[in-house]
Design a protein around this ligand. Structure first.
Ligand code: ZN
Length: 142
């Protein structure tokens, strides 16, 4: 079940320049830094009252973020919603006719399992479902 907004993903060309901008706007000093291999991105993130802002820069030209920036420029890339069961939500949405980019969860930042819904089915908004990966480890049989 989808429970809350977890984070907003923002596509940026240059992480250092973008962090400087967010330092200026929000006074953020400490960013969490992480590389996500499955998406070929570098991330710098911070949390505002429980909602994470995730600055995301491509690490290679075939990264989905590189493709996005080439087509649409920098800006809001996706909104991520926290759920207690990504796989169950994917199956429910798929059977409701919602197109999926990921039919099963893949590893994301912050030790989360993530999956994207296709924006052609969601009014042009790229939506991500995410959950703490330790939940799915607990649920899966060893
Ligand atoms: Zn995300």
């Amino acid at each position: 079940m989808i429970q809350a907004i977890d984070h907003v993903g923002i596509a940026v060309r240059n992480l250092d320049e973008s962090m400087e901008l967010y330092r200026t706007i929000f006074g953020i000093q400490d960013f969490h830094r992480e590389q996500v291999q499955s998406q070929r991105v570098d991330i710098a993130s911070f949390v505002l009252n429980g909602v994470r802002i995730e600055l995301t820069a491509p690490t290679s030209d075939d990264s989905p973020i590189a493709t996005f920036i080439a087509k649409r420029g920098e800006g809001i890339h996706h909104v991520a919603f926290r759920t207690n069961d990504v796989q169950a939500d994917l199956e429910r949405l798929n059977s409701s006719g919602v197109a999926l980019i990921n039919s099963s969860p893949v590893p994301g930042a912050h030790n989360m399992d993530i999956a994207f819904l296709h924006p052609k089915s969601t009014g042009g908004v790229l939506m991500e479902l995410c959950m703490d990966a330790s939940h799915s480890a607990k649920n899966s049989t060893p």
